[in-house]
Write a protein that binds this ligand. Sequence first.
Ligand SMILES: Cc1ncc(COP(=O)(O)O)c(C=O)c1O
Length: 414
Amino acid sequence: MLDWDHIFATRSSRMKASEIRELLKLLEQPDIISFAGGIPDPALFPAEEFQKAYADIFSGAQVNSALQYSVSEGYKPLRDWIVADVAKIGIDCTADNVFITSGSQQALDYLGKLFLSPNDTALVTWPTYLGALSAFNAYEPTYDQLSVNGNRTPEAYRETASKAGGAVKFAYLSADFSNPTGETIDLQGREKLLALADELDIAILEDAAYQNLRFDGEPVSPILALDIARSGGIEKTRTIYSGSFSKTLAPGLRVGFVIGAMPVIRKLVLLKQAADLHSSTINQIAVEHVASRGFDVQVAKIKRVYSGRRDSMLAALAKYMPKGTTWTKPEGGMFVWLTLPEGMDGAELLAKSLATEKVAFVPGKAFYADGSNANTLRISFSCANDEMIDEGIKRLGRLIGNAETREHEALPII
Ligand SMILES: Cc1ncc(COP(=O)(O)O)c(C=O)c1O
């Protein structure tokens, strides 16, 4: 056997299969109630609409260009559709500011590649999207905790970054219904972030993967829209917005996008030419067909179903969770975030659950850049029906309640 590690680049040492992902593979058993996956319900995919779109493409003159190589920026009619769609939420841009990626995950990889030299600092929320940490890890950054409503000074961020041997380059966050917490950053928090980014002279990476999935409450303007309004135009902004059709149409298409100032888009285009030339031509065309014929109807359908499931989950949590456990109350998205009593470990709880209650969730520490906060977990309501939610949360409540009792029994009596 070759000693591959000796030949691999040093950056590969940060690419590790997460223990949790390995554990979750064990959960694909039929008797498990799973709140673990953060994936859309396939029953809600607009399958017929896509069937019609592909049939139209194959039956017309478009088939040749659909199967051909295409430009790295992305399919122009799709970029035009995105320009018109985001104008509704205050993002005033042109098709030149829009770049199509193979899923928004690819945007995270490219943005990591574009901004991070080894030892540079990426500011991330604590917790943050696990896939963002995986994408950035390859570029050997250090992470520092982005405190959205906190009182850390720009100097404190700068000092930590320089101790780590680099500079702060960007703040990455999901402002709406984040993965994993389901929480939203309010207008004041967004304004503070922009002010902080100005002071630090860094980019903001706004991951808007769940932005379309608001069930209730007042919409808050995207950070990019606020940035455009403040600075006087997209070319003067420091916010780079990534969007996705994965949560609204279907993730298997791998179509996402980035919106930002032209100097950033031009660099991303060069990165794409080197990486995969362009995103799937035919899938971009199909997405444009489906989106322009009924995106809002599709989004309304998904929101109706997911908001009902969110309600069931919150009702079940209120009914079954033992005292000492708290949870978020998301206004959209796919996730609820639980904080267990201090000292309890979500990963240990999952192992116990596999053996006893058979309910699956994701232990929270995977979402922390420093692996802290073991007493947290993420549950998703997107793929479970009301009965599964009630039964699953009942089991989870019992599991936490029993773990709590055992914890107390183990305490020495003094
Ligand atoms: C916050 C967030 N960003 C990005 C992604 C990547 O999505 P995609 O590459 O399918 O657009 C996900 C997927 O779960 C996510 O939760």
